[in-house]
Ligand binder design. Structure first.
Ligand code: BEZ
Length: 209
């Protein structure tokens, strides 16, 4: 059964580079950026791990905990982290799950047999503090992820939760946002006293601080 947006992220207990974790307990009241990669000591993965570590301040500012996963062992992960730190000029501190028996990768459908029978593809799960899956993305093994986009969707999700808005195509923080059709003009007057531009009755744009 596929995991869908709005589902509760399945819990698991597993060894990581920061010790054994119970996923839900470890996540606590934070958002989680849970991402899988095919294998340690591979070039694209090395740059992705480095980028995540370099952006640790950005994740922390958004109350997001990164959690990596591959089907390699803790010992391999720890050795590889030395390479990540050396080659990407960073200091990787977030945990990486050691999913040797594919327990979590299967639970989260991170192994796509058409790509590989044993290695995870580049899956992304953004999980909110209620443990709900809010976003999924799947990249092939040959394409490194865009971390600007990962931060952007987290910003959009957090802003839409806080302000009851939606964000348009190519939105970036500070840009105009959309008043969803589920909000009537009467209600919008209370929620958005700054007003809005009505291009169509279903397309209302406003600014939020
Ligand atoms: C990489 O991370 O470089 C990689 C891993 C598996 C297949 C292709 C590339």
């Amino acid at each position: 059964m596929s995991l869908r947006l709005g589902d509760t992220a399945p819990n698991f207990q597993i060894a990581t580079t920061s010790g054994d974790i119970d996923f839900h307990d470890w996540a606590g009241d934070s958002w989680v950026f849970f991402f899988s990669h095919p294998a340690d000591f591979t070039p694209v993965c090395t740059t992705e791990m480095g980028r995540t570590a370099q952006l640790s301040g950005e994740f922390e500012a958004r109350n997001v905990k990164p959690l990596g996963l591959s089907t390699d062992s803790v010992e391999e992960h720890l050795k590889w982290i030395e390479d990540v730190n050396d080659t990407q000029n960073t200091s990787l501190r977030f945990p990486i799950v050691a999913d040797k028996d594919h327990k979590v990768a299967q639970m989260y459908e991170m192994i796509h047999p058409g790509e590989s029978e044993t290695a995870a593809v580049r899956s992304v799960f953004i999980i909110d503090p209620n443990k709900k899956i809010r976003l999924t993305m799947t990249y092939p093994m040959s394409v490194g992820r865009n971390f600007t986009e990962i931060l952007r969707v987290i910003d959009s999700l957090q802003l839409s939760d806080a302000k009851r808005i939606a964000t348009p195509a190519d939105w970036t923080p500070g840009g105009k946002v959309i008043i969803p059709p589920s909000i009537s003009n009467d209600e919008a007057k209370d929620l958005f006293p700054q007003g809005w531009d009505e291009l169509r009755p279903y397309l209302r744009l406003t600014d939020v601080k």
